[in-house]
Design a protein around this ligand. Sequence first.
Ligand SMILES: Cc1ncc(COP(=O)(O)O)c(C=O)c1O
Length: 371
Amino acid sequence: MRSTYASVSLASIKHNIGIIRSRLNPETKYLAVVKANAYGHGMEAVANCALESGAAYLGVAFAEEGVRLRSAGVTAPILLLGATDEDHMDDVIRHNLMPTVFTVETLSLLQTHAAKLNMVCRVHIKADTGMNRIGFTSEAEFTEAILLLKSCKNLALDGLFTHFAVSELADPSFTRLQADRFRRYAAIAQINGLNPVLHASNSAAALHLPDTQFDMVRGGIAMYGCNPVGHAVEGDDLRPVMSWHAYVTHIKTIPAGEGVSYGLKFVTPRDMLVGTVAVGYGDGYKRCLSGKAEVLIRGKRARQIGTICMDQMMIDLSGVPDATVGDDVVLIGSQGMESIPADELADKAGTISYEILLSISERVPRIYVND
Ligand SMILES: Cc1ncc(COP(=O)(O)O)c(C=O)c1O
C-alpha cells in the first residue's frame, strides 16, 4: 500500500444519483458521465455502481474509453460524447458504442463502415445551441443529416442532444434559450418520423432547471458529490464521493529562521513543529497550492508550508502538538468535525473541482468502500 490513497464511497455515488433523480420526473433516464476515468474515481467501479443505482446509459469521451468499459464486461448503452474519427469507426461499431455525429460526412462514413461490417450503428446527433464546441449549428444541415440517416440501412438514430454552456449560473436565461433552440431540432427530427432520446442537461441543469430535463440527463460532477455551482447549495445534500489521504512520515521541531523545502521560501517565524507528509504534485496535489492549502490531522486543520515537492510536502503542526508519525492526513474529505471539499482546493488553485479530482494521479491507489 502506498502512503497515499483515495477512498471512493460507492454508497455516496448511489446517494447522489438518488438526489439528482429525485429532482426529475420518474421516467427521465440518467446517463452517468464516467469519462476521464470517472473524473478520477475509477471508470469500471463507478460505471457498475451507477448502473446498479439506476443509470440507463454511460457517457465517455472517446472510443478507447468505451472499449475499456466493454472489456470490463459492461453491456449498457455507451455514448461517446466527443468526436469519433474514421480510424476508430470499426472499433466503435464492433463494440456497440454510440458515436456522436455532427457532420453529414461522418454519417456517410459510419454508414460505409457499418455496411462493411454488416452491423447497425446507433448514433446520437448533437446540436450546438450556444456552446460553440461540437454540434450542428444550422437547422438546414441538421435536416440534411436526418434525411441521410433515414436512408442509411446500417444506421439508427438513438438520441439527439445538446450541451449547456452556463447552466451553473444563477441566471437561467441563456440555458433556457439553448433549450428552446434544442426543441426546434427535436421538432425537425419528429416531423421526419424519428423519435430519438432527447437530452441536454448536465449536473447543474439537472439539479436546478428541471424544465430542461427532456428524456434523459447527463450527470457528472454532482454524482461525484461536488456541487456544479462551485459551493454547497442548501437542500442539495450531495455527499462527496472521494476522500484523499496520506500519512505523516516524519516530525521535527525546526528552529526559528530556517527555510523549509525547495527555494527556502517559507522561513519559520519561531521554533516550529513541522510534519512531513508523503504526498506531492507527482500524486496530483498541485504545486500551485504551496503555502495556500490546509490539511486535516487529528480532526484539526494544519496549513501546508513551503514548496510542495513531487512526492512529499511539509505541514505546520503548531496547533497539533500531539501528532505522531503515521497519523492519517486528509487532503480532501472529512475528519472529526472538519472537512475539506475539493472545491476548497479548487478555489485556492484557481480552478474548478473537476480539475482537482481529475488531477489525482494514477499512482494514488483507489480504495472502494461500500459506506
Ligand atoms: C457533453 C457533456 N455532457 C455532460 C457532461 C457532464 O457535466 P457535469 O459534470 O457538469 O455534470 C459533460 C462534462 O464535461 C459533457 O461534456
